[in-house]
Design a protein around this ligand. Structure first.
Ligand code: SAM
Ligand code: SF4
Length: 355
């Protein structure tokens, strides 16, 4: 039996399981039992990170995944090609861990964009070191970027991420703007501790021409300190921002976006709120995820994983890999159930899944 260490102490999983396709229609796309079709692919490429955000990583970082267990650039690109060509994927996003920790990131992007057709190739990053690599990444085919930043206060940043690296993040943001990767989206996780600085962060975003989106904190921290009663929700954030800014709802909305957008001071700028906990968008979820070790994860909160790396390395053809991926997504659960009494958090934390 093949087993794989998931990079979390004590957790091993059977990866020989082939998910059932009973009742699945013979369509090419990544459909599930609840009428959804996944077209947005998130690929985690590493568990390593230059920060240790308290809502994500343990202080010591995640245990290293052995190099031979990580998908290679060629394997990642092969999955991107299958996803786009055979399964209807139209957005590909690299994440982690921190994607910039991979020395071969430009190769991953280059090989992937060569087979991605019209699909967008983007990345979610903390921005550290981006200023040194932005040109090779854009030349390789990177078309969009989201940078994570929770506070513009240096001391607070250092406490929250356990690293004093705010200037490096600012340098990364500036480099992305200079390289023309606009509109640049900034993601901020909403925590009780960051609430007091939320208006400053929005003020800074407006002054710097970046699009800020707050995300409700999900129970995916490795330290398992998340508690529903202590969580800051979108309503509380709106109250705090409302003291300094006038926020109004736009006449037209992007119904496909998980973010609820607000116009700031009646102007052109907006702020988004992704209420992932209190206003679940599971019924419209169109994501499919690949972990750094090459398993398909149909839901952030579902521990069921289906191995594709074994197929890749055993010489399987594209159709076999596509069928296994389709089967994995057919089994996608209805929703995360975070507000239900029996909710249990997934075994993997955010940094080990890929947000
Ligand atoms: N290191 C990169 C970064 O921080 O952008 C990419 C990986 S990170 C896991 C992806 C996104 O997940 C980030 O925007 C981060 O803020 C978000 N995230 C991490 N833990 C989270 C949590 N517990 N709840 C909500 N979002 C979280
Ligand atoms: Fe690293 Fe991103 Fe997790 Fe922060 S959120 S610890 S930057 S992977």
């Amino acid at each position: 039996m093949t087993q794989l260490d998931l990079g979390i102490p004590g957790i091993r999983r059977d990866l020989t399981r082939v998910p059932s396709t009973v009742g699945r229609p013979g369509v090419p796309g990544l459909v599930d039992r609840f009428g959804r079709t996944a077209r947005d692919l998130r690929i985690s490429i590493t568990e390593k990170c230059s920060l240790r955000c308290t809502y994500c990583m343990p202080a010591q970082g995640l245990p290293s995944i052995p190099r031979e267990d990580l998908l290679t650039a060629t394997e990642i690109a092969r999955l991107v090609g299958i996803g786009v060509r055979d399964l209807g994927v139209h957005d590909v996003r690299f994440t982690g861990g921190e994607p910039l920790m991979r020395a071969d990131l430009a190769e991953i992007i280059g090989l992937s964009s060569a087979v991605a057709g019209d699909a967008s190739i983007s990345m979610t990053t903390n921005g550290i070191g981006l200023d040194h690599r932005i040109h090779e990444l854009v030349a390789a085919g990177l078309t969009r970027i989201n940078i994570s930043l929770d506070t513009v206060d240096r001391d607070h940043f250092a406490r929250l991420t356990r690293r004093d690296r705010l200037p490096a993040v600012f340098a990364g943001i500036q480099a992305a703007k200079d390289a023309g990767l606009t509109p640049l989206k900034i993601n901020a996780v909403l925590m009780r501790d960051t609430l007091a600085g939320a208006a400053d962060l929005l003020g800074w975003s407006l002054a710097n021409g970046v699009r800020l989106r707050f995300i409700e904190q999900m129970p995916l921290d490795a330290d398992e300190t998340w508690a529903r009663d202590n969580m800051v929700d979108a309503a509380e954030l709106l109250d705090v921002l409302g003291v300094r800014f006038e926020l109004t709802r736009p006449h037209r909305e992007d119904v496909h976006s998980p973010a609820e957008e607000w116009l700031v001071n009646g102007g052109l700028a907006t702020v988004g709120i992704i209420a992932s906990v209190t206003r679940s968008f599971c019924e419209a979820c169109d994501r499919t995820r690949i972990t750094a070790e090459g398993t398909v994860r149909s839901c952030l909160f579902g521990d069921d994983e289906t191995d594709l790396r074994g197929l890749l390395r055993d010489g399987a053809d594209d159709e076999t890999i596509a069928n296994r991926w389709r089967a994995a997504m057919w089994g996608k659960q209805a929703g995360h159930g975070m507000s239900l009494p029996g909710f249990t958090r997934p075994v993997r934390s955010m940094g080990a899944i890929g947000g």
